[in-house]
Design a protein around this ligand. Sequence first.
Ligand SMILES: [Ca+2]
Ligand SMILES: [Ca+2]
Ligand SMILES: [Ca+2]
Ligand SMILES: [Ca+2]
Length: 430
Amino acid sequence: MTRRLLFVLLITLTAVPALPASDAEAQVGPDGIYPMVFPLAAPYRLTDSFGDARPGGRSHEGVDIMADAKGQEVYAAAPGTVRWIGSTCCYLAIEHDDGWETRYIHLNNDTQNPDGTYSDDGLGEGIADGIEVGTRVEAGQLIGWSGDSGNAEGSTPHLHFELRDPNDVAVDPLPSLQAAESGLTLAAPLCPEGQACDTVAFHGSGGQFDLWASLSLNPAINSFLFGNPGDVAFSGDWDCDGVESPGLYRRSDGYVYLRNSNTQGVADLAFFFGDPGDYPLAGDFDNDGCDTVSIYRPAEQTFYVINDLGSDDGGLGAAEYSFGFGNPGDKPFVGDFNNDGIDTVGLHRESTGLVYFRDSNSTGVADNEFIYGDPGDKIVAGDWDGDGDDSVGVYRPSAGEFFLKNDNTAGFADATFSAGDYIGVIALLP
Ligand SMILES: [Ca+2]
Ligand SMILES: [Ca+2]
Ligand SMILES: [Ca+2]
Ligand SMILES: [Ca+2]
């Protein structure tokens, strides 16, 4: 999967054609995306083929997902019931619980040779055992295998995939397939029930925070103003009450402004720390349950850590310790990447997407490094799945989208969200 990351993340989601006015519209998410699991195992190639002319004056009512070979696994895109299996092997339709339907055409009909290749004898199996009309299927369940059956005989194996709304109108499935591929739709809840999971607040150019109640496709959003345009945002639990809220750093003068609630208002704490040009970072660096503000001095590639907060517009004084880490130009972020209760530092090279971090606040080589996202993305780390360790997310200003992963490795996003136009993002447990 790893090698496909950049390709996937570079895809631009295309506009979805307007759906007919009906209750069908209620079933699609932001941007007209139908939530689904990608229906074909890799390797494959998506084609933009909805609406293409076909023999007899027909219009192509689906998208052809080109397979590398016969026999690649085909999955139910969403939960539902098998409504129809074509009388000539091997076509299949699933009616979903919301009245939408997906169709899977040209499943395999040939037998596999001992060497793994396929004959073209039309005598093989293309539909999985137990899949019959009336069978209940879950999202991602194996329903069959790719092939060239029907009027695709002799052509490149591919899955003709259709998405039809409750009025039986074919909808271009390409944006939904691309969304499924990049994690824009969720096969399972990101945050398991009962877990405490971080969410995000997006920071706007005018000093606005849009705090998402949860990372979901249609979250409640709490908007409030804090600070001035140009301030750099971060987050933490300054008063140790278990609620995280924003902080701001004014890089022009080294001023820190902290707020203890996620509401509009002035700073609850304000003090100086660092020098003009420093970057802020905040976290629990000593595992006492309270977050404090520290800084990264890019000119020296040095972190300055302190486990106390200042107040009353005063200077915070000297850092408790400092250490060198990183390369010129890289931007700092913070997380508890190894779930030991101590936040440590990472750096992000925005020009390439390189992410690297330490599991202790000390000089040394990176404990982990990988490429994530695209150049220009803004990084943050959070515990999106509530398992205790922080992992990366990136906000992409050019697309207004937020991508996250539940482990710190390259690869597909575990979830992607359409956010809008912001300058950055913070992670927090509100
Ligand atoms: Ca707090
Ligand atoms: Ca602390
Ligand atoms: Ca840690
Ligand atoms: Ca986690």
